[in-house]
Design a protein around this ligand. Structure first.
Ligand code: ES4
Ligand code: ZN
Length: 326
């Protein structure tokens, strides 16, 4: 069979998807109408044409503006349900979904509105779609440690609905160690820990995510190639990197997709995975990330199998999840 068909048909886990980044322009318009909100764009096409960015910050500005149409529990349910139905078509069997509660609580939306809506869609996907889906609460690193502690406190009664915590938003100037005490508290709560590091930021941020925050996976991590000792450590400890090729292309992390270093990471023995990050903004869901990076960099069927294997091995799926897909 041809490689693109293999990539599309192979079972996979998605470990790096921001649910707010799966909000398609059509749903932004539908939710704006349902919630009686005026958008500064006349049409879906006009909104889509505003999706031109060449670094993380210019993307984040548009991403947070888009998320502002999410107000009610049903809005969060509809968002997560749309993503999960789309992921099922890409043969995703398990998804670990990031969400940014502070984006919503800052607008007066209660954290239980966010978590209950997303969780209801995840629970329903088990029976409706045959997919296991769990939630990872991300702290916004451009905000303070105090704000992160307040968010954790608000989430405390809902912790049985999330599997872990992460760290996202503007990386440069906001090193992982800013959140050392919050992550230590989350660890005491028994939550899994991940963090974005080495997307645009230096290898030093990957070191501190591992040694100070004690995370189990690194989100992105592609800057690790600039530090040989770090590469050795990531390989030896089988610390997964959740790589997002189309995101890196759209945010100009690499000059072109052909120059993406996914092949180098795999060749060095790292547990890399392929993921979609913010598919509504970056031009494709997980299968599009696979087919485009394989076409641009010439990866092999063996490496496709390795990436799919890595995604399940690096997941926080439990036995109940595994029984669902087997
Ligand atoms: C993100 Cl691509 C990326 N990086 C950091 N934070 C994010 N939040 C949503 N997408
Ligand atoms: Zn991300």
């Amino acid at each position: 069979a041809r490689l693109p068909e293999l990539l599309r048909a192979m079972p996979k886990a998605e470990l790096h998807i921001h649910i707010e980044g799966s909000l398609e322009p059509e749903l932004i318009f539908a939710l704006a109408q349902r919630n009686g909100l005026q958008l500064p764009y006349a049409s879906v096409a006009e909104l889509r044409s505003a999706y031109a960015f060449c670094n993380l910050q210019s993307f984040l500005d548009i991403y947070y503006a888009g998320a502002s149409v999410l107000r009610h529990e049903q809005d969060f349910y509809d968002l997560a349900h749309a993503y999960l139905a789309r992921a099922a078509r890409d043969r995703v069997l398990h998804a670990e979904i990031f969400f940014d509660p502070q984006t919503h609580t800052a607008r007066g939306v209660a954290i239980e509105t966010v978590i209950d809506g997303l969780h209801r869609a995840c629970a329903e996907a088990r029976t409706g779609l045959g997919i296991s889906a769990t939630l990872i609460l991300c702290f916004l690193r451009h905000l303070s440690e105090k704000a992160a502690f307040e968010t954790l406190e608000q989430a405390e009664p809902l912790l049985d609905k999330i599997v872990g915590v992460g760290l996202d938003s503007s990386e440069q100037g906001h090193p992982p160690e800013k959140f050392a005490r919050v992550f230590a508290r989350c660890r005491e709560r028994g939550l899994h820990l991940v963090a974005h590091a080495g997307e645009e930021g230096p290898p030093a941020y990957i070191w501190s995510a591992l040694d100070v925050l004690r995370v189990e996976r690194i989100d992105h991590g592609v800057q690790a190639v600039h530090d040989a000792a770090l590469m050795q450590r990531l390989a030896h400890q089988r610390i997964a990197l959740t790589v997002c090729p189309l995101s890196n292309q759209k945010l100009c992390v690499f000059p072109s997709l052909a120059q993406h270093n996914l092949g180098r990471l795999l060749d060095a023995g790292l547990a890399a995975t392929v993921n979609s990050d913010d598919p509504a903004y970056f031009g494709g869901y997980i299968n599009e990330n696979f087919t485009q990076v394989f076409a641009a960099t010439g990866l092999t069927a063996r490496q496709a199998y390795q990436l799919a294997f890595n995604s399940f091995e690096a997941s926080f799926a439990g036995n109940a999840d595994k029984r669902l897909w087997q």
